[in-house]
Design a protein around this ligand. Structure first.
Ligand code: FMN
Ligand code: SF4
Length: 518
């Protein structure tokens, strides 16, 4: 049997030099006259070990990482094709602590299979969910997804089954499934990882959504900053179409479903579902007033399911293993697993899929290993640029939608960005207001004008001009934005601002000039 070498080809690994490693491996194979198959798999998400090269041996896969091109010659000398020891040797990938402790349901195949091999996909349980779905009535599929407890992973945590039911119950000549792959939140990369590492799972999830709601056409809206994900998804759609998976008579059933990949033009607000729909329709991405809900009048005025990549990619396992299986993981009303993306100033950055319920402290200290700089953790921003900053005092908060909301925070798309004690929280608060001012779609006044005024107030605070007055002003302004904005961009910008102010008040009271001079 010819040896198989797995070298991740996803953006994360490529950014860390995977292409140069692949080139060095190819050159070494040629020089030594060894025939081997190189598979460009997705990453398993332990980015601190990327590029992580794996070889398939008689005793299972053996991993090496992080591999540099200069390691390649010595890897061959050490007999890495049969799992030989080397300074980069990591052993069986699923025994690496960062990976061994995870519960991989949605990301089960990511990093394991060849992303563009439909056979590989099927051999690892792919299409089982769809097979079950085509044998069920649409309302039974919706019921199963509802009972699993799956909630939208894009940010709002809205129950997926209920959204699907609204579309199922709305009659129309045409309905759509739209996948939101705009992934604009800071520190997030789960959507990108799964699209690049296991694209068929997203296609399968969208097809199940279509069959469940009566939609026959899907669109995946991917941000333009993700050229690799766009390329992989386009190829995967083509492969699925050629294999007869997508198209008419899905898996021999009377259902039809096809889909297209569309590329966004790069605005954070185009991740908001109605702005995304406008953008898909070829208009400027601007938030629509609700009602009507997209489930009633969405893309081109037709009933539309709009779901995040991870929400849709979690459906196949639910349809394969059942609602009870999925629901068994998690806590409270947060059921199943969530791919937590650990980023920023952190020692072990990467994607960690786990059941809901781990505390923030466990995630940052145990899994993330603290800061990369070795300095104390000062704050963690959870949920993207609109998420609150959590101080260490709140590290006992469990990763759960309601628990975070109770502490004036949000889970969002489950991205967490770690900051050490050198972070200036006044600057972070200003950054949040500035981000909102830049990204505002301009439709409503609290966001469009409020964010600009917010930057000015925080600038005056930084200059120590009547600090108490500025603090009162920014608090008042945040209330207006929170309750008066049309969408969550203006409505949630107060979260990072007020959490920074409330949890780190010292950063908002610059040292008096006389004291600083002493
Ligand atoms: C400013 C803004 C940006 C958003 N960006 C994204 C995004 O990049 N990806 C995403 O899935 N949802 C994003 N959302 C949430 C979407 O509006 C919507 O709730 C989501 O696509 C629904 O899918 P889900 O129910 O599967 O989470 C954003 C919301 C707002 C207000
Ligand atoms: S809150 Fe901001 S982004 Fe949202 S509709 Fe209003 S102006 Fe547009």
């Amino acid at each position: 049997m010819i040896p198989r070498i797995y070298i991740p080809g996803d953006s994360g690994a490529l950014a860390l030099g995977a292409e140069r490693v692949a080139k060095a491996v190819r050159a070494e194979l040629a020089e030594r006259g060894i025939e081997a198959k190189i598979v460009r798999n997705g990453s398993r998400g332990a980015y601190f070990l990327e590029p992580m090269v794996e070889v398939a041996t008689a005793n299972g896969r053996v991993a090496y990482g992080p591999v540099k091109p200069s390691d390649v010659k010595s890897l061959f000398d050490c007999g890495f094709l049969t799992g030989g020891h080397h300074k980069r040797w990591l052993g069986a990938p699923d025994k690496i602590p960062f990976l061994a402790r995870q519960t991989r349901l949605t990301f089960a195949r990511c990093g394991v299979t060849d992303p563009l091999s439909l056979d590989h996909y099927k051999a690892h349980g792919g299409l089982n969910g769809l097979q079950n779905a085509v044998a069920m009535t649409p309302s039974d599929i919706v019921k199963q997804v509802t009972e699993s407890g799956l909630r939208g992973r894009g940010g709002a945590g809205f129950p997926t089954g209920i959204k699907w039911k609204t579309v199922l119950d709305t009659s129309a000549d045409r309905k759509y499934i739209v996948c939101n792959a705009d992934e604009g939140d800071s520190g997030t990369f789960a959507d990108r990882m799964i699209m690049e590492g296991d694209p068929f799972v997203l296609i399968e999830g969208m097809m199940i959504a279509g069959i469940a709601t009566g939609a026959t056409k899907g669109f995946i809206y991917i941000r333009s900053e993700y050229p690799h994900a766009v390329a992989v998804m386009q190829k995967a759609v083509e492969i699925a179409r050629r294999a007869g998976v997508l198209g008419v008579n899905v898996l021999g059933s009377p259902n039809s479903f096809d889909m297209e990949v569309r590329v966004g033009a790069g605005a954070y607000v185009c991740g908001e579902e109605t702005a995304l729909l406008d953008s898909l329709e070829g208009k400027r991405g601007q938030v629509r007033a609700k009602p009507p809900l997209p489930a009633h009048k969405g893309l081109f005025g037709k009933p539309t399911v709009i779901n995040n990549v991870i929400s849709l990619a979690s459906v196949p396992v639910i349809m394969d293993k059942g609602a009870a299986f999925y629901k068994d993981f998690g806590m409270g009303r947060s059921r199943g697993t969530i791919p937590i993306q650990i980023a920023g100033n952190v020692k072990y950055a990467g994607l960690y899929e786990a059941a809901f319920g781990m505390t923030l402290g466990e995630i940052v200290d145990d899994i993330g290993g603290g800061t990369a700089t070795g300095r104390p953790v000062k704050a963690v921003q959870v949920g993207g640029p609109l998420g609150a900053y959590f101080p260490r005092a709140l590290f006992d908060t469990p990763f759960d939608y309601e628990a975070f909301a109770a502490k004036d925070g949000l889970i969002g798309h489950a991205g967490i960005v770690v900051f050490d004690d050198s972070a200036d929280m006044l600057k972070q608060a200003r950054f949040a207001m500035e981000f909102c001012a830049i990204e505002s779609c301009g439709k409503c006044t609290p966001c469009r004008i409020g964010s600009t005024r917010g930057v000015e107030v925080l600038d005056r605070l930084a200059e120590n001009i009547e600090p108490e007055k500025q603090i009162a002003l920014v608090t008042d302004l945040c209330n207006t934005m929170k309750f008066g904005s049309l969408c969550a961009l203006g409505g949630f910008t107060p979260y990072p601002v007020m959490s920074a102010l409330n949890h780190f008040p010292d950063d908002f009271r610059p040292t008096p000039v006389a004291e600083a001079a002493e």
